[in-house]
Ligand binder design. Structure first.
Ligand code: DP6
Length: 324
């Protein structure tokens, strides 16, 4: 039996979205992306390989997964076993401090923590770039959760150069997010299926990779200038360009729920009243508000008139992957 290793990885929210794959097996994206790792949302995962097991045993939040439900994790563990020259099955115990599959990127923290714990338990001593590339094979957004702060996923061309690099690990200006939890249920269209459908069918998709690359250049300059308003404007516009591709897919779909529009309108109203805040959304109905800590009390006061206080989660920037 190998030693049990526990790793913690935080989730991240993209300011410039990853949307569409060039290679679905290796998870090579069509465009580079940039995210902010968040402190309060994380996954702790413990992995131990044991010759006594007859199959991988995967527990998420205390629930043992069936073989079918755990297929993505099994496939990922096969990759780790193959690299380490191991044949033993693994016991995986994972706890999400993120609402699972609610558009708060639990697959990002989940596969980043799994990559770190499983590789070390298997005896592989991977560098951070190697870990980032390994995490990518589980879920694209997990690539970025290896690092803290602002993180860029450079799309690269192949398995060896598609990886995240820290853009600014220690953030020295006031920026955070407020996640508005509108619907804690698993999303109707998973990000994986949604982006594949868009790439295959939306006539607008061709415009996405070049516009995202331009947005990324502008975003990096805005971060270096510590310009929260510009960061927010760019993130908001980039997210809406991504969501426009779902409406133009065949069949069309959307991640918006009625409450999503309410949240967006509230952010716009706050802004019209001089409070600087911006919204972004991923492959789910939840809205994340980009703002400063200084303006958070005013924003919360407004949002609390429409949403329960315990559905508003304030998130400061968080760190990269750690062993605990
Ligand atoms: C909209 O990383 O969940 O959140 O690579 O298929 O596992 P797979 O997809 P995933 O997609 C995330 C998409 C996004 C944007 C982003 O996080 O950059």
């Amino acid at each position: 039996m190998t030693k049990a290793i526990t790793a913690r990885a935080h989730t991240n929210i993209a300011l410039i979205k990853y949307w569409g794959k060039l290679d679905a097996d290796l998870i090579i994206p069509q465009n580079s992306s940039l995210s902010l790792t968040l402190a309060p949302f994380y996954t702790d995962t413990t992995v131990q390989f044991s010759p006594e097991l007859s199959h991988d045993q995967i527990k998420i939040d205390g629930q043992l997964l069936s073989t079918a439900a755990g297929q993505r994790v099994h496939t990922f563990l096969d990759l780790v076993r193959q690299r380490a020259g191991l044949t033993a099955f693994a016991q995986v115990d994972s706890t999400n401090h993120v609402p699972t599959a609610a558009g708060l990127a639990s697959s990002a923290s989940g596969f980043a923590a799994l990559a770190a714990a499983a590789s070390k338990a298997a005896g592989l001593e991977l560098s951070l770039p190697e870990l980032s590339r390994l995490a990518r094979r589980g879920s694209g957004s997990a690539t970025r959760s290896i690092y803290g702060g602002f993180v860029e996923w450079q799309k690269g061309h192949d398995d060896l150069d598609s990886q995240a690099v820290p853009f600014q690990e220690k953030i020295d200006f006031d920026i955070q997010m407020i996640a508005i939890l509108l619907d804690p249920r698993p999303k109707k269209v998973a990000s994986r299926a949604g982006m594949a459908q868009v790439v295959a069918t939306s006539p607008y998709y061709a415009a996405w990779p070049p516009t995202a690359e331009q947005d990324l250049i502008a975003m990096k300059a805005a971060i270096l200038k510590k310009d929260l308003n510009l960061i927010g404007q760019l993130a908001e516009a980039n997210a809406m360009k991504m969501h426009a591709t779902t409406l133009s897919a065949s069949p069309p779909f959307t991640y918006f729920e009625p409450e999503t529009l309410t949240a967006i309108e509230l952010v716009q109203n706050l802004r019209n009243n001089g409070v600087s805040c911006y919204y972004t959304m991923d492959a789910g109905p939840n809205v994340k508000v980009i703002c400063s800590a200084k303006e958070t009390p005013a924003i919360l006061a407004q949002l609390q008139q429409h949403f329960p206080a315990d559905h508003l989660l304030v998130a400061k920037p968080g760190p990269g992957v750690t062993y605990i």
